[in-house]
Ligand binder design. Sequence first.
Ligand SMILES: Cc1ncc(C[n+]2csc(CCOP(=O)(O)OP(=O)(O)O)c2C)c(N)n1
Ligand SMILES: [Mg+2]
Length: 280
Amino acid sequence: MPEAHSEDLEQLEQRARRIRRHIVTATTAAGSGHPSSSLSMVEIVSTLYFGGVLRYDPEHPEDPERDVFILSKGHAAPGLYAVLAEAGFFPTDQVNDLRKLGSPLEGHPNMNRLPGVEASTGSLGQGASQGIGHALAARLDGRGSRIYVMVGDGETEEGQVWEAAMFAGNAGLDNFTLIVDRNGYQQTDAVDNVQPLDPLEDKFRAFGFETRVIDGHSLDEVAAAFHWARGVKDKPQVILARTIKGKGVSLLEAKQGGFHGKPIPPDQEAKALEEIGAAT
Ligand SMILES: Cc1ncc(C[n+]2csc(CCOP(=O)(O)OP(=O)(O)O)c2C)c(N)n1
Ligand SMILES: [Mg+2]
């Protein structure tokens, strides 16, 4: 039976550091990839997989009773691979095979090649629709599975996200939790300079969601938000997480808008690992 994995705060902090380390080393070794997009969601995915939220069994990744996490912002694959490896879906030393020819750790997640990957994503906007399919199927089958989908804030400009949200609200899918990684930046600029989203809470409320705004880097706030989400009845929930693109690495934090899709140069890797407290 899939189970939630509950670690204490100290262990969670350690997980988050290890996940950040994998993200940095894998993308620098590959010479490509999206470390800044991955680093902004570390506390959220750490809490999902290790903070007693997601019920999963790496020995039986397709157990119908499992909960489902879909990374809709698929370019943050290094962050997903890091947490899946930590959770035991494949060996952690495989993380540095990112983007190597023939490796199942493709630049964007491929559900047919890697256990634990629930959806092949990367074309932005699609994950929420896949998530509501899972959520509706679970309800029709009478399964207790809960579905979590993470979208980027730039991604939230996509019309398909709102089509999925409209359906989730109308269907009252209370087993569906959307998480928006509000790091403020998309590929070329700040979200506010491209297509402002606010008032985002009001918009989701109008689509039938219960909403909650949190600091996405506070393990306490993230855990409390997931606990809250589980208690909401008859409505889908959205967690709007304020985050920092490149969180933990000064080089990336300083150039939030200018480092999208760029790895840390090899000569700056050691400094980055020291800053995230994961030098060894
Ligand atoms: C449909 C589609 N259009 C464009 C892209 C190219 N693209 C990849 S990442 C990205 C920016 C995404 O920004 P955001 O959703 O805020 O994610 P972040 O990296 O900030 O977490 C874009 C435009 C894509 N992957 N899919
Ligand atoms: Mg963003």
